[in-house]
Design a protein around this ligand. Structure first.
Ligand SMILES: Nc1nc2c(c(=O)[nH]1)N[C@H]1C(S)=C(S)[C@@H](COP(=O)(O)OP(=O)(O)OC[C@H]3O[C@@H](n4cnc5c(N)ncnc54)[C@H](O)[C@@H]3O)O[C@H]1N2
Ligand code: MOO
Length: 371
C-alpha cells in the first residue's frame, strides 16, 4: 500500500526520503520510526505495520499519527503467500492460456516446455468446386476450404496449407507421400465413385487404416489412417513418434465433413496435444428428432436454457443448421423423443444460452434428410 512503514507503537518520527518499488534493502527502522513507502516496495527490516496514506497524517513537527487503530502486520504482504519455492503451480498438460503466461512470468520462468500445436494441412478434392461467385452449370462452391482452417485452429491445430487438388490421383499421391504435416485432412473422395481417390491412394502409399467408416449419419464414409513416417531412418526408442503422421478423410458432403471433424479430427488433435477429454454432458430435447434405422445421427442443436433445440436444415449437404448451432446432439438409432436427454458435442465457439434458439422448431425436426 502507498503510505508509511512503521516500527512499534505510534506516534512515529518520519525519516526523510521514501522507499519505492524495486529498491533493494532499505535501511532498517528503529522503534518509533516511520518511512514513506510505495505499493510493492520491500519493507524495511523491523517494520511492524504499514499505514495507508489515507489512514495517517504528519504534523508540523514531522511526527506521523494514525487516524485509526493499527493492527500489527497490517498491509504487509508476507513472502510465500501465493506459493512456496518448489510448489507445482499447474498440473502437467495444462493449457497455456494468457493467464498462464502471466503466472509463468510472475514466477520467474523464461521458457516453458510445451507440446507444440499439431501442424495440419487441408487437401480439398473435387473438380466440381468453384472458389468464387455463384454455383453454376453443375459446379458448386467449395464450402470446406474456407470452413476447415479456422475450425481446425479452434481445435488446437496450426494450419500450414490449404491445397486444392481437384480429382487428380497423382497430385493426391504426391501430397500424401511428401507432406510433413502431423495431420492431413482431405475433403471428398472417401466413397467409391469413379474419381474417389482417397482409399486407393492410401493403399498405394502403405497407410494403415485405423477407422474405415463409422455407423453415423451424416458422415458414414469418414476415415482415419496412419501414414508412413517421413522422418529419415528406422524408428528407435529415441525417434519414436517423430515424423508420425495421420490422415483424416472427411466426406465431401459439408455436414458429413463436420461430423468427421468433430468425432475424428477433434479427439486426434486433443491426443496429439496431450489435452484431456472434456467432461461429456447431456441436455433434454425440446422436440422429437427422427432417427436413422441403424446408425447414430448427429443433429445440429442450439442450447436454450437447459434444452437442446433441434435445428432444421440438417441434411448431409446442408450447412444452414450447423451455422446457427451450438452443438451436435447424438441421436441414437430409431430417434429420440421430446424431453429425452442426449449427449451434446459442443462447437468450439458455442455460447451458453445459444445464438439463434428461435430458429429451432418446436415440432418434429422439419423434414428428415439423411442418406
Ligand atoms: N454407392 C454409394 N455412394 C455413396 C454412399 C454410399 O453409401 N454408397 N454414401 C454417400 C454419402 S453418405 C456420402 S457423405 C458421400 C461421400 O462422398 P465422398 O467423400 O466421396 O465425397 P464426394 O463424392 O467427393 O462429394 C460428395 C458431395 O459433396 C460435395 N462436395 C465435395 N467437396 C465439397 C466441398 N469442398 N464443398 C462443398 N461441397 C463439396 C460434392 O460435390 C458432392 O455433391 O458419398 C455418397 N455416395
Ligand atoms: O455422410 Mo453422408 O452425407 O453420410 O450422409
Amino acid at each position: 500500500m502507498d503510505g508509511w512503514a512503521v516500527a512499534g507503537p505510534g506516534p512515529w518520527v518520519l525519516l526523510p526520503g521514501g522507499i519505492l518499488a524495486g529498491q533493494d534493502s532499505p535501511r532498517p527502522l528503529g522503534d518509533g520510526e516511520a518511512a514513506r513507502i510505495a505499493t510493492g516496495a520491500r519493507i524495511p527490516q523491523d517494520t511492524t505495520a504499514v499505514i495507508r496514506s489515507e489512514h495517517g497524517h504528519v504534523d508540523d513537527k514531522g511526527q506521523l499519527h494514525p487516524r485509526r487503530e493499527v493492527v500489527p502486520g497490517q498491509d504487509i504482504r508476507p513472502r510465500g503467500q501465493e506459493c512456496r519455492a518448489g510448489d507445482q503451480l499447474l498440473p502437467p498438460g495444462a493449457l497455456v492460456t494468457p493467464a498462464v503466461l502471466g503466472l509463468a512470468a510472475a514466477a520467474g520462468y523464461d521458457a516453458l516446455y510445451v507440446a507444440a500445436r499439431p501442424r495440419a494441412e487441408v487437401l480439398v478434392l473435387g473438380d466440381e468446386l468453384l472458389t468464387e461467385g455463384l454455383p453454376q452449370e453443375g459446379r458448386i462452391r467449395d464450402a470446406l476450404g474456407p470452413m476447415l482452417p479456422p475450425w481446425l485452429r479452434a481445435l488446437g491445430a496450426e494450419v500450414t496449407a490449404v491445397r486444392r487438388l481437384g480429382d487428380d490421383a497423382e497430385a493426391l499421391y504426391e501430397a500424401l507421400a511428401t507432406s510433413t504435416a502431423d495431420l492431413l485432412v482431405t475433403t471428398g473422395g472417401t466413397a467409391s465413385g469413379p474419381v474417389d481417390h482417397v482409399h486407393p491412394t492410401l493403399r498405394r502409399i502403405g497407410a494403415e487404416l485405423l477407422v474405415d467408416g463409422v455407423a453415423v449419419r451424416p458422415g458414414h464414409p469418414m476415415l482415419l489412417a496412419r501414414l508412413p513416417r517421413t522422418a529419415p531412418g528406422p524408428e528407435t526408442a529415441e525417434t519414436a513418434g517423430r515424423g508420425e503422421r495421420h490422415l483424416v478423410g472427411l466426406p465431401g458432403n459439408p455436414l458429413a465433413a463436420v461430423s468427421g471433424l468433430l468425432t475424428l479430427a477433434e479427439p486426434l488433435l486433443r491426443g496429439l496435444a496431450g489435452r484431456p477429454a472434456p467432461e461429456s454432458y447431456v441436455a433434454p430435447l425440446r422436440a422429437d428428432v427422427h432417427g436413422h434405422p441403424h446408425d447414430t445421427r448427429l443433429v445440429p442443436v442450439t442450447l436454450r436454457g437447459e434444452y437442446a433445440v433441434p435445428l432444421h436444415y440438417n441434411g448431409p449437404a446442408m450447412l444452414r443448421g450447423i451455422a446457427a448451432a451450438d452443438g451436435l446432439a447424438v441421436v441414437p438409432a430409431g430417434g429420440a423423443r421430446k424431453g429425452q436427454e442426449l449427449e451434446i458435442l459442443d462447437l468450439p465457439w458455442a455460447e451458453p444460452g445459444g445464438q439463434y434458439g428461435e430458429l429451432g422448431g418446436s415440432g418434429p425436426d422439419g423434414g428428415v434428410c439423411f442418406t
